[in-house]
Design a binder for this molecule. Structure first.
Ligand code: ZN
Ligand code: ZN
Length: 121
């Protein structure tokens, strides 16, 4: 083979390597940009989900809706002070039941739907 071809091949190989390198860099940059875009989209979605999430169904008595029966009475066990010191600070507690008679927190969507269906029937 002529020496000319060797030089030609050498430059072609070098040129290809350069082109491949440039393409790789471009691809990587694009990939990174895409990842950044995906990441920001994910954050936006999370913020949106947080905004649309219904509030925790927690009653005014600080207990969860699940602790209340169908009539709204709270069944959570609580500590009831039975003795106080001179500063009116409770010093002795007794196990008791929450005195809440009616759940007054936000209603979860599923429950509202369930009640609508009951009314129709
Ligand atoms: Zn309660
Ligand atoms: Zn309650």
């Amino acid at each position: 083979m002529d020496w000319f071809w060797w030089v030609f091949i050498f430059f072609m190989a070098g040129g290809f390597a350069k082109v491949a390198d440039t393409a790789r860099t471009a691809l990587r940059t694009r990939h990174e940009r895409k990842m950044e875009r995906l990441e920001s989209a994910r954050h936006e979605r999370q913020a949106l989900e947080a905004a649309q999430k219904p509030p925790e169904p927690v009653c005014g008595c600080t207990h969860h809706l699940a602790k209340h029966d169908k009539k709204g009475k709270c069944h959570e066990r609580v500590e009831i002070p039975v003795a106080w010191d001179a500063d009116h600070k409770p010093v002795q507690y007794e196990a008791g039941q929450c005195t809440c008679q009616q759940y007054v927190g936000p209603q979860p969507l599923s429950q509202i739907y369930a009640e609508d269906l009951t009314d129709l029937a």
